[in-house]
Design a binder for this molecule. Structure first.
Ligand code: FAD
Length: 492
């Protein structure tokens, strides 16, 4: 059977993945193709996923989303990074910030100069050389000229889906409410149509599976296997609860590690999102719920909700005429908030690869590029668990002692020996992120680049002080984060 030209795109599911795909496709290709999104209010969405990373700004620019309207509608606040508490050892805190730390020299990364400065007693804390980190710690924010401050958002995911729905409908997207009961297959093995509970049949040339963990198209109908990564990522359960705000929101997420778990705190304009992520082999649901409910601040606005997941990935995200995005394509775990980014990466790659007629070469290219992204993100997340001084519970001992992917082993060994991180320019997490987390989790490089030795103490001190002075100067002129939000994008 010949494949048709791609004229009808059907999106199954209306969570964050479905509506981001709908917004991007209708805004860019809406005049050329028919787009239909099917969702079911009865089934609902996963309802979490509220911390983002700076690449979301690029996505919004690509499709012309007005930032003030978006932030007001989703009750968003600013995120400048993540504070990790108790990850290296109980009582220790470090920060993974967006942006860059220090200034690179022609010869070597800033960390080499900082390490030498520490040896000589000339350097302050690593974070003093990072604008975003210093601003986060002082609870300040403002936009700066020339994108001078790197940031992302905390957002209300239900409101985000509603916002993107209004946006997409302006560009001609058709929304159908109903439960998908059957995925009808064509003779050649492609998907032909979605059949809803009222008998409606929605035919398409290309289908986008955004049905969340159900993976109705890519998993159930097409049988693409799931690759289990739980030997590297031990957590498999989460409980989420929303609370009333008790103070002005800070511009960062807190990730607080426990004995076999970690908790998130995501502050929005009107409330906070809280949750506990844990390994069910080491902690039962009741214990996790008690830890969460005993440590949250503020009155709960929702019942605590249990979510199970299996860390891993579909072997192929694009199979035949179906592309899976979001949870349908896989899920690592919430740490470092990478899933919305991976949705966006999948959408932009799909837009670039948008086929006139679905073909296997394009599918293979897409799958291998997505695979690279995923393995990079997986390695970065595993790093947080594996490099730790913690040995106080079975969970942490297993994390510290497990064998990790060889790609991650290489980055860790190289940094531990030389203080260098290479070749990450096209990757989501660049040098600044890896260095902050590796040092934060406790690696001090054994050697460093000799370039700083070319500087005498006075020159090195001038170099370091100029950077920290400029950072503290800029931060002192920024308004309080929440004052800025109140004037820039008060919630609607
Ligand atoms: P869902 O939100 O589950 O949407 C699925 C859609 O499919 C729904 O509309 C549903 O109604 C529809 N559907 C399903 N079956 C049918 C059917 N039979 N008929 C019709 N419709 C159907 N990501 C981040 O980037 N940052 C974070 O901070 C973050 N935190 C997370 C915390 C936890 C505990 C978890 C589990 C995930 C987190 N994620 C995070 C991931 C993030 O939540 C998801 O990537 C994001 O919400 C996208 O979900 P989705 O759209 O794929 O699925």
């Amino acid at each position: 059977m010949q494949r048709n030209r791609v004229r009808r795109v059907v999106i199954a599911g209306g969570g964050t993945a479905g509506w981001m795909a709908a917004a991007a496709l209708s805004r860019t290709l809406g005049k050329y193709i028919d787009i239909t999104l099917v969702e079911s209010d009865d089934i609902g969405t996963v309802g979490v996923g509220e911390a983002t990373i700076p690449t979301l700004l690029t996505f919004h620019r690509l499709i012309d989303i007005n930032e003030q309207e978006f932030m007001a509608a989703t009750h968003a606040t600013i995120k400048l990074g993540i504070q990790f508490e108790n990850w290296r050892h109980v009582g220790h805190t470090y920060f993974h910030s967006f942006g860059t730390t220090g200034r690179d020299h022609w010869s070597a990364g800033f960390q080499h100069f900082w390490l030498k400065g520490r040896e000589r007693g000339l350097a302050g804390e690593y974070g003093e050389y990072c604008l975003e980190l210093s601003a986060a710690m002082q609870g300040r924010f403002s936009h700066l000229p020339n994108n001078g401050i790197n940031y992302a958002y905390h957002l209300d995911s239900t409101r985000y889906a509603q916002f993107l729905r209004r946006f997409s409908e302006r560009y001609g997207l058709r929304r159908v409410e109903g439960v998908i009961e059957e995925v009808a297959m064509a003779e050649n093995g492609d998907i032909q149509a979605l059949v809803l509970n009222d008998g409606t049949r929605i035919e398409g040339d290309l289908f986008i599976d955004c049905t969340g963990f159900r993976a109705l198209l890519i998993g159930k109908a097409l049988g693409v296997e799931y690759e289990d990564w739980s030997h590297w990522l031990l957590t498999d359960s989460a409980i989420a609860v929303q609370t009333e705000s008790v103070r002005d929101p800070v511009p960062y997420v807190r990730c607080i590690a426990g004995g076999a778990d970690w908790q998130w705190r995501i502050p929005l304009q009107h409330r906070a999102g809280n949750g506990i992520v844990y390994a069910s082999r080491y902690m039962d649901d009741d214990t996790a719920r008690k830890i969460l409910m005993n440590t949250i601040e503020g009155v709960p606005r929702t019942e605590p909700r249990l979510i199970r997941f299996k860390p891993g990935q579909r072997k192929r995200c694009w199979e035949r005429n179906c592309v899976a995005l979001g949870l349908a394509s896989g899920f690592l775990e919430p740490l470092e908030s990478t899933n919305i980014h991976l949705i966006q990466r999948g959408i932009t790659r799909l837009l670039q690869a948008f086929p006139e007629i679905v073909n296997q070469v394009e599918i293979d290219e897409y799958n291998s590029r997505m695979r690279e992204d995923l393995e990079h993100v997986r390695d970065f997340v595993v790093l947080h668990y594996h490099v730790t001084d913690r040995r106080d519970t079975g969970f942490w001992r297993e994390c510290a002692e497990m064998s990790v992917p060889s790609s991650l082993r290489h980055v860790i060994d190289l940094f531990a020996e030389t203080g260098k991180v290479y070749n990450l320019t096209n990757q989501l997490f660049a040098e600044n992120s890896w260095i902050q987390v590796m040092m934060g989790q406790g690696i001090t490089p054994r050697h460093r680049h000799p370039a700083p030795d070319l500087m005498g103490d006075p020159e090195l001190k001038r170099f370091l002080d100029a950077i920290s002075g400029s950072v503290s100067n800029t931060v002192s002129r920024l308004p309080a984060h929440m004052d800025y939000i109140r004037s820039y994008c008060p919630m609607k």
